[in-house]
Design a binder for this molecule. Structure first.
Ligand code: CO
Length: 358
């Protein structure tokens, strides 16, 4: 199956998906792209958008005894305008978890109600007018503002930017050596990329279990999309596909590194929202080994995932998480290796096909 996969196509999808703007609760661009791809390429037997804004899809199995849910979230972390000053500056609140220290001086993109993109800068006082003591103090988000080059509250509102407008940090997609790429929103457009590629592989084959897909809204706002999607799809087991912290960088001791870039998909044993299901993990590992797919454990216990929501749907759903390792998530720029996405798609496809018959 792996010979149908192309790193170039994976890269192309990664660029397209990550360039879309979709802060939690405002994911229309991502949703439209994904449902477009599913319909254009007939990737599912059934696909639809649910009332909360998830893209759901079903690919029937030949026996259909098990119903395997694959979930990846379509939203990204960002900001929401909370106040417009008389002079046209924007105060804002975070949507999702940011490291506040890295925000000052960053470029921002905002989307107006009529869909136009505006550029902004997260402003701070210049070093020329601050004292050394002031510069050494951590600036809180309440003291930051976004400058979009407008000069009055009226001008901002006329341009359809208002309380509730969302945006995120600007970061172009760039290729690095060794098949690495950087860009915005890799958490979790990478998971979306994995799901679209898994569906492309499944298109050419019959599989006994039914495959259920949730491109889930609002993970970064609390996992609301995962809850409603899993309720509709009635899975018997689930895997959340994520993009997770590779802290394999200077200054981090080995025991504190959750996952490594280049070592393949990471299987979670526990995060802050779930103790994952050992039987699903065993099926992943057995099939990975049978097909020579590199894999690694994600060490406990870091971050929360949609799997924590899915597992408590209806009467309970055995669940786990498989992640593509990525450096600098929840910062302006993420960095990952395309080969890790490639091997994650291989692992998920092998899990569904289940040649190890576990
Ligand atoms: Co995520």
């Amino acid at each position: 199956m792996a010979d149908q996969l192309s790193i170039d196509v994976i890269k192309d999808f990664q660029q397209k998906l990550s360039s879309l703007l979709g802060v939690s609760g405002h994911e229309e661009e991502v949703r439209n792209f994904i449902i477009g791809e599913i319909e254009k390429n007939s990737l599912a037997d059934k696909s639809w958008i649910d009332p909360l804004g998830n893209v759901l899809a079903i690919k029937e199995g030949t026996i259909g005894e098990d119903r395997i849910l694959l979930d990846a979230h379509i939203d990204e972390i960002g900001f929401m305008v909370s106040h417009i000053t008389e002079k046209g500056f924007l105060r804002f609140v975070p949507i999702g978890t940011w490291d506040i220290r890295i925000l000052l001086g960053q470029s921002v993109i905002l989307k107006s109600a009529d869909g136009k993109i505006f550029n902004g800068i997260i402003g701070s006082l210049p070093p020329h007018i601050t004292t050394v003591k002031e510069r050494n103090k951590v600036v809180t988000i309440d003291n930051m503002y976004i400058d979009i080059g407008m000069s009055s509250e009226e001008e901002v509102i006329e341009n359809q930017i208002n309380i509730g407008t969302t945006g995120t940090l600007y970061s172009p997609f760039v290729e690095f050596p060794n098949g690495m790429v950087r860009g915005k929103a890799f958490d979790d457009r990478t998971g979306c990329n994995v799901l679209l590629h898994t569906l492309l592989l499944l298109k050419e084959q019959e599989h006994s279990d039914t495959v259920l897909i949730n491109f889930a809204a609002q993970e970064e706002a609390g996992g609301q999309g995962a809850i409603t999607g899993a309720y509709s799809l009635k899975p018997t087991m689930a895997i959340a596909i994520e993009n997770t912290t590779a802290a394999d960088v200077p200054g981090v001791s080995k025991e504190k590194i959750p996952v490594y870039i280049g070592k393949g998909p990471a299987i979670t044993v526990a995060d802050l929202s779930i103790i994952t299901n050992p039987k699903i993990n065993a099926r992943l590992i057995k099939n990975a080994e049978q097909e020579d797919i590199p894999w690694q454990y994600k060490k406990p216990k870091y971050s929360r995932t949609d799997a924590g929501r899915i597992q408590i749907t209806r009467k309970g759903v055995p669940s786990t998480v498989v992640s593509v390792p990525c450096r600098y998530i929840h910062s302006p720029t993420s960095l990952l290796k395309l080969e890790d996405i490639y091997n994650t798609v291989r692992l998920i496809e092998a899990f569904i096909r289940n040649p190890s018959k576990i």
